[in-house]
Design a protein around this ligand. Sequence first.
Ligand SMILES: O=P(O)(O)OC[C@@H](O)[C@@H](O)c1c[nH]c2ccccc12
Length: 266
Amino acid sequence: MGNKPDILKVILEHKKLEVEACRTKVSEEALAEMAKADRQRRYFMQSLSQPGPFGANIIAEVKRASPSKGIIREGLDPAVQAQAYEKGGAAAMSVLTDNKFFQGSNDDLKAARAACSLPVIRKDFIVSLYQIYEAAVMGADAILLITRTLTVEFMQRALALCKELGLDALVEVHSEEELDQAGAAGAKLVGVNNRDLKTFVTDIETTIRLHKRMTADQVAVCESGIKDRADIQRVMDAGVFNFLIGETLVRSDDPAATIRELTGAA
Ligand SMILES: O=P(O)(O)OC[C@@H](O)[C@@H](O)c1c[nH]c2ccccc12
């Protein structure tokens, strides 16, 4: 790592500029007004509050590319992918909306959500409340908050706004310290990213370790680096039943079948 640029820092700096550019087109006040409009809410957190029919709940991700892997699948169609995810028995869906680093878009989220009946989380780098209004306006059911990139004070404000707008929040952590910060902010749905966003090293044990430190009112999600049923079994044996999976499903030629294998339904 040493002198490798910190990609997370680069992403956040770019994201701040992006949000400022959006603000000049639609003000936060105008967006907040739009966010109040009636929406057909789908319950993201509720779909993860207990184990599914075969045990594991899968949050299946639409992910075209990433800074660590480059293009994961050329020409990925979010609507087709969403239908396969639903058919395979996914509990929920995640859609990357960051364009510069993940080649996603708000339109990807809209298309994926319109093609199925699963609750959808907007996966992006939230640096401003502006993006939370935006998430509500594009029809997302939940947002991701990455503890490493935020203050406890901002997370509290963000969680309060989510409540007001009828959005769920998945609060992502990668260390004991971050888990404590997420808890202090009032996070209930806690995602443990097995991938270190600085080094891109993935270790599933991270979820098992941090889950032991969670409180009884927190629901855990195991995120990143899940390749097969054995990975899932190992984490389930430790008491975690929610899994956020991107690459393995996007690379599969039959994502519905892969979900069935992963959940244990096939
Ligand atoms: O493709 P994977 O290894 O299955 O990982 C999915 C998901 O966890 C990952 O995309 C992710 C987790 N947290 C993030 C934060 C930003 C961008 C991406 C992510």
